[in-house]
Ligand binder design. Sequence first.
Ligand code: 5U1
Length: 823
Amino acid sequence: MPMTPSPAERVDDLRRQIAQANRAYHELDEAQIPDVEYDRLVRELEALEREHPELVTADSPTTQVGGRPSGRFAEVRHALPMLSLSNAFSDEEVADFVRRIDERLKRGTLRFSAEPKLDGLAISLRYEGGRFVLGATRGDGSTGEDVTANLREVNDIPKQLLGSGWPDVLEVRGEVYMARADFEAFNAKARLHGGKVLANPRNGAAGSLRQLDPKISAQRRLSFFAYGTGDVQGGELPDTHSGTLAQLRAWGFPVSSLSQVVEGSDGLLAYYRSIGGQRDDLAFDIDGVVYKLDDRAGQQAMGFVARAPRWAIAHKFPAQEQSTTVEAIEIQIGRTGAATPVARLAPVAVAGVIVSNATLHNADQIARLDVRVGDSVIVRRAGDVIPEVVSVIADRRPAGTTPWQMPAHCPVCGSEILREEGEAVWRCSGGLTCPAQRKEAIAHFASRRAMDIDGLGDKYIETLVDAGIVRGVADLYRLTRDQLLHLKLVLDAEGPSELAAALKLHLPAEGSGAVLNAVLRLDGHDAGWRAQALSQPTAFEWNTKKIATKWADNLIAAIDASRTTTLERLLFALGIEHVGESTAKALAVWFGDLELIRYLPWPLFKRVPDIGGEVARSLGHFFEQAGNQQAIDQLLQAGQVRIRDAHAPSAKLREGLDLAQVLVEAEIPGITRLRAEKLVAALTTAQAVLDAEHGQFVNAGLPEDTARGLAAWLDTDGHGPLLLLAEQKLHELLAKAPQQAEQAAGVLEGQTVVLTGTLSALTRDAAKERLEALGAKVAGSVSKKTSFVVAGTEAGSKLEKAQSLGVAVWDEDQLLAFLAEHE
Ligand code: 5U1
């Protein structure tokens, strides 16, 4: 059984723990334990010292402020000590504070200046003749560090006082802090580039001020609020604290606009609650509010205890950081496929809210912090930002923990989770099928520059997916007019009863009663009622005379129009990572055929100019996922979607394409074109390369280390089949290409067309695309060389010019007839 320590032993232990925490906090700018735990240790020590006065020592942390100077900066002896504040944690302790002043001063109602307590770093700024001459940290309260150069980089700090009437010497005290937005921006950048991530804004401010190179501290945007004064010579300040703050503001110092004068303990508590209510919305972290007796004479009469004034107190808010344990680390897949690790925590109250999940941001962050399941960690919740794990309490790690690893597969759809080199974010590669990404994938698929399904906005997609009617992109092509009418009614209704009334009008009385009752039962339910209502069966004869059907008709028409599309659009619509419009176009031009592209080994994609290893791999990963292939099958099945411009691969693809080049494109270490040629000359086929031993590679002229590298590459999972498939596809490509070159020349090859005026049946972009698919060049201005002009309604100067030059002019109907004939 553990023995209960004696008071003397416990006091020693507490002092050791406090000294260690002080050193970490004040000198190393990193908290080892949360502030709440620190406060608890100090309070326990204070209580023991009260009960056992014989244990009080002169150097007890209860009589000290902060930490010792680090020795890295010149020391500054404060003309007047920089004090700290006693803390109050309850309404009773605030009432006691007021009562103590009341009993000593006996003045009736007391007036206090109340202000927020920022979570930053206390500093003292010295002005001589109105100019900023010296800035120092608090240090141990008597001696701090000279951080003048770094403070000059803080924009909020006036370098020259404004106005007039300032004392010859004026010391201003206040808090340097990092605003939340600056802290978040700094960390977002650090996470992206693998830099140092700050645990909290206070550490950001403290660490920055204690940089030896002022340029580094200039990179972190710091702010400042003044809250008091120190040494004052050759001048007078107002005789109240609130008056002093107003004077400081007039001289150019930022002073919190939340400062207020209040009366009695009721006034203090009302202020506390009011600021507490605003806490999450403030631009900076606060850990409490500070009450100061407003009149200076009263302050002087109250005096000080060891390390704090008796006329002021900090009233603390629930802490923004707490310790708890990590019960599991799970992966959440976002709408764009990003995999975010989330810590499942033993529930803990943080800043007044029970937290049981906290973000770990990304795998790099976990590695940096070395967070493991079972660890004690510090969790932070500030403002409306998601709670996050900021550090591990290393000396509380239980035995037997292991480092965390990113799972290989998506917890939602089972596709591989992958990360590109140099990227912080891991992604699920199941783009088209992963339920977590479905809405985003469908919205992209339907968007104007992709399949261009006009009218299918995000809120429709959201409801269709939530109702389980659309599970993947192919389902869009199975939507019926009745389903869309139903969707429209559901989205237009304010609530279930309004929807039931609308359905009653539009559905036959016979058989629809059960549906109406089911809808009515949704009344009073949560925000998901629309999806539930939409998932009710409505295979009835709709009374469409009573419904505005235009929207549904237009949408059906837009869906139908998108069924016949170009390869380029379809490739872009698939939402493959790194495949934007221009890459999709290049792929379409070079390969011409989806059936070729979807089974192509990734190294062959690199034959297309501007497609590098990263894009090629991304294409390879996308098509490797069975779910994505299934989605493509469903799209193509029964002609749901038809590619109208498929063609055989470009003749350019043949140039320099052989097995040697495949080996080069596969990025095998050390394999150059020359070495690959020697290898293929000796071994001839991919299978022979696979079967060969390292010695044969050397005989084929590869240097020893390249031969070893190649053997290792071939032994790596998946590389052998990749090489064999690449060789097979290479043969197919070479067999197809020549006949294609002739086919590719469309009926409008060599012709220049100009579009002008407004077309009604198709957009200008669509007309251009279809003309180009037939080989035309679509130009912006008319000249003698123009083959013909297509003039829509309200055509102006281009039409006139065409007529004056005698260039042929087509109307829209002629164009449509021509396209119908030749596409
Ligand atoms: N807002 C505020 N913070 N703060 C910290 N006022 C304030 N006053 C302090 C401290 C340490 O000390 C004076 C009361 C001496």
